[in-house]
Design a protein around this ligand. Structure first.
Ligand SMILES: [Zn+2]
Ligand SMILES: [Zn+2]
Length: 340
């Protein structure tokens, strides 16, 4: 496919889409019903439907009987850890293999012209972004994801929490399922904003930002404290009446869904003339500029807090103006302190 029909490439080879990033019209005021209808398929495709299918598969084939889960035992806990590890390895590995190792679509639709494997950096263990990310994903990410999963399932098996039977109120559970990405977005924005405060950034979140040019494995490359906070979306299912199948969906949304922002390509080619949109641009800009797009735009939180970057030249100018203003404020404060 000719990606120049959809965007432009600069002198360094970095590709930028022509279309500005826009928020989902979900919270538009006044409401925009037509825009909402047009946007709706992208709420499900290609990703959310995939996590829903994986959650159902887990419930059907991976999750043990409630009786087994009433007591915490190494057998079923390690089984869940193994299943999650294999799934993460296959899923992330397949995307990495296709786009970054075999480079099946070359540089087409790739935001950053460079491939991380070509550049060693002392910021990473073994100077390798991929190895560093793999270690963090399997030694901290998947264990903490599994720990939240075990907690949820153990609580459900023992009747601790406001659980609803799958067939007692299916319409209610369907409505909860539809709202879960919104909960994820609000939670992610909140913790993400929190770990960008100076102390937590330095000790926790800077690990994730070592990947300035993210690739699929960067998705779960986080400090354990960030993993703990990130997968804490599962805890909302102790607050809202829910079913563990939905809590698993929530965990898959976070665990597998982390890939969405880190894929590095705007579109993934499926045939000679067809490509699916990856929805990666908002979070790519966050990795590039650090202090924009704390959320992914499902809720216009970044717009409300003045940190939205839509990928355009105007967006760049707005970001620069914000930085200048902050610098001036900091300088004025310093000057005042010196006077006193
Ligand atoms: Zn990221
Ligand atoms: Zn960040």
């Amino acid at each position: 496919m000719d990606d120049l029909n959809y965007g432009t490439r600069d002198k360094r080879g970095n590709w930028t889409p022509n279309e500005k990033l826009v928020h989902a019209p979900l919270f538009a005021f006044p409401p925009k019903p037509l825009a909402l209808l047009k946007w709706l398929p992208s709420y499900f495709l290609p990703w959310n439907i995939l996590w829903a299918l994986s959650a159902v598969a887990w419930w059907a084939w991976i999750i043990p009987e409630a009786e087994v889960m009433r007591t915490i035992g190494w057998g079923w806990v390690l089984w869940l850890f193994a299943a999650n590890s294999v799934a993460v390895f296959l899923f992330y590995g397949a995307i990495e293999l296709h786009l970054y190792i075999r480079r099946a679509q070359g540089n087409r639709f790739k935001y950053n012209a460079k491939f991380p494997a070509e550049h060693k950096s002392s910021a990473f263990m073994f100077q390798s972004q991929t190895l560093d990310s793999l270690i963090r994903a399997f030694c901290s990410g998947v264990p903490i994801w599994t720990a939240w999963e075990v907690l949820i399932l153990w609580a459900w098996a023992n009747g601790y929490g406001p659980w609803v039977g799958l067939y007692d109120n299916p319409w209610y559970l369907l409505a909860v399922w539809l709202a879960l990405p919104v909960i994820h977005e609000a939670h992610f924005f909140l913790i993400h904003r929190l770990i960008h405060t100076p102390f937590l950034y330095k000790w926790v979140h800077s690990v994730h930002h070592n990947s300035v040019n993210p690739s699929p494995w960067s998705s779960l490359s986080m400090h354990p404290v960030e993993h703990l906070l990130y997968f804490a979306t599962a805890a909302y299912h102790f607050l809202i009446p829910s079913h563990p199948l939905l809590a698993i969906y929530q965990l898959h949304f976070a665990g597998f869904g982390a890939v969405v922002g880190h894929i590095g390509f705007d579109r993934i080619e499926v045939t000679e003339d067809r490509a699916v949109e990856s929805h990666a641009f908002a979070h790519y800009l966050h990795h590039k500029y650090f202090e924009v797009n704390y959320g992914d735009g499902l809720i216009p939180l970044d717009k409300w807090f003045g940190t939205w970057h839509d990928g355009s030249k105007d967006g760049d100018a707005r970001m620069q103006a914000r930085y200048e203003k902050r610098k001036a404020k900091a300088n004025a404060a310093k000057a005042n302190a010196a006077k006193a």
